[in-house]
Design a protein around this ligand. Structure first.
Ligand SMILES: Nc1ncnc2c1ncn2[C@@H]1O[C@H](COP(=O)(O)OP(=O)(O)OP(=O)(O)O)[C@@H](O)[C@H]1O
Ligand code: SF4
Ligand SMILES: [Mg+2]
Length: 366
């Protein structure tokens, strides 16, 4: 088995946006007695994340709450500076630090947030939100008629038709799904190449989620957008994303074509995630409780593999060295950052950390 530093899943389509070794540590403010100590503490929210977004392709970023998904999106959108690592747009390093350069970057890389109600100002109409986006990014045309056409075009793109029915509405006059479509239209007002969609359907009724995901897929196909789709729901990644990356405690632990990652998960954490997901074809008793074991503290994360305190396969090496990405070899750029796939481990490294299925004190691990 070979070690691969930055495998990307299937195909040869153009890379639009890439993160290389992206890392973000948030400083922790000191309180009480800590004020006397000189040690600086930080939340190690994102560690050494490498991923690529391709033109005309959806890439899912999946993981449980607190695993660092939104932080990755915000770093890619340049809403925060990274602690280390590089972001490149069409191969050019990105570091905007606000101002004109940020505006030029955000024209090409737009973000959609989870809560469309919070992201639209309740005192302004759809017309106001979309006109503002079109004007900021120089897409409003030169005459009032060109502006009207651009507004109608955006609303039609997100299937809010006829446009005149929606353009003068306030956010509270729209359903959740319609509001999210307006938020997507506003992002499209920039005419971007990349959409970073942070849980775009998780606050919507289940019945309308599919419609919004299908809209995003339609935009990917028609406008050849590169889309990052952030979700807790690995089943929706299989349906909607071309490739899937799984995050655990700030690190990417597995990636590859969505079908492969979801049908043949290689990393023990991805396996847990899939077994914990509700599946209509599996009796409830067989579903594992995703709450068994807690994600670690990101202020003081475990050495080596961050999953090692929860992992039923953990070996000595897992608690000592961070596993690199190992190619799984079943196609589609499939890789896992897990020592189980390292083929030249010394016998001493393979010693089990605990008896399978049992934690110190006799508690069930999984
Ligand atoms: N501005 C911040 N300052 C300090 N810590 C932060 C900040 N933003 C995020 N964090 C911490 O970074 C970690 C990752 O957070 P993030 O929001 O990226 O996770 P997530 O995977 O998006 O979670 P969720 O699924 O709940 O949205 C968490 O421990 C969070 O508390
Ligand atoms: S590296 Fe070790 S602890 Fe981490 S998932 Fe693989 S076997 Fe488990
Ligand atoms: Mg989040």
């Amino acid at each position: 088995m070979t070690t691969s530093t930055a495998p990307s899943a299937s195909g040869t389509t153009e890379v639009v946006l890439e993160a290389d070794g992206l890392t973000k540590h948030f400083p922790v403010r000191k309180r009480g007695r800590e004020l006397l100590s000189k040690t600086k503490r930080s939340v190690r929210a994102v560690e050494d994340v490498t991923l690529r977004l391709h033109r005309g392709r959806v890439t899912a970023l999946v993981g449980e709450s607190g695993s660092g998904k939104s932080t990755v999106a915000r770093l890619l959108a340049q809403l925060y500076p990274q602690t280390s690592g590089a972001i490149r747009l069409h191969g050019e390093p990105v570091r905007t630090k606000g101002g004109k350069r940020f505006r030029a970057y955000s024209k090409r890389v737009q973000m959609i947030f989870q809560d469309p109600f919070a992201s639209l100002n309740p005192v302004h109409t759809v017309r106001y939100h979309l006109t503002r986006a079109l004007k900021i990014h120089g897409n409003a045309g030169k005459t009032p008629q060109e502006l009207e056409e651009a507004l109608a075009h955006l609303l039609t793109r997100v299937q809010l038709t006829p446009p005149e029915r929606y353009v003068d509405k306030f956010p509270h006059e729209l359903s959740g799904g319609q509001r999210q479509r307006v938020a997507i239209a506003r992002a499209l007002g920039a005419d971007p190449e990349v959409l970073l969609a942070d849980e775009p359907v998780s606050m919507l009724d289940v019945s309308i989620r599919l419609g919004v995901l299908n809209l995003l897929r339609d935009l990917k196909e028609r406008l050849h957008l590169a889309i990052l789709y952030i979700t807790h729901d690995i089943a929706s990644a299989r349906y909607f994303a071309d490739e899937t990356f799984v995050m655990y405690a700030g690190r990417v632990v597995e990636g590859g074509g969505s079908e492969t990652v979801t049908q043949r998960p290689a990393h023990p954490y991805t396996q847990l995630l899939i077994e914990s997901a509700p599946d209509p074809d599996r009796p409830a008793a067989q579903e594992k409780d995703g709450g068994t074991g807690e994600p670690p503290s990101l202020i003081n994360p475990p050495e080596g593999c961050r999953f090692n305190p929860r992992c039923p396969h953990a070996m000595k090496v897992c608690a000592e060295k961070v596993p690199p990405r190992f190619a799984i070899g079943d196609g589609d750029g499939h890789f896992a950052a897990c020592w189980l796939y390292g083929d030249d481990l010394a016998e001493g490294d393979k010693v089990k950390l605990r008896v399978a299925g049992v934690r110190h004190g006799g508690e069930e691990v999984l």
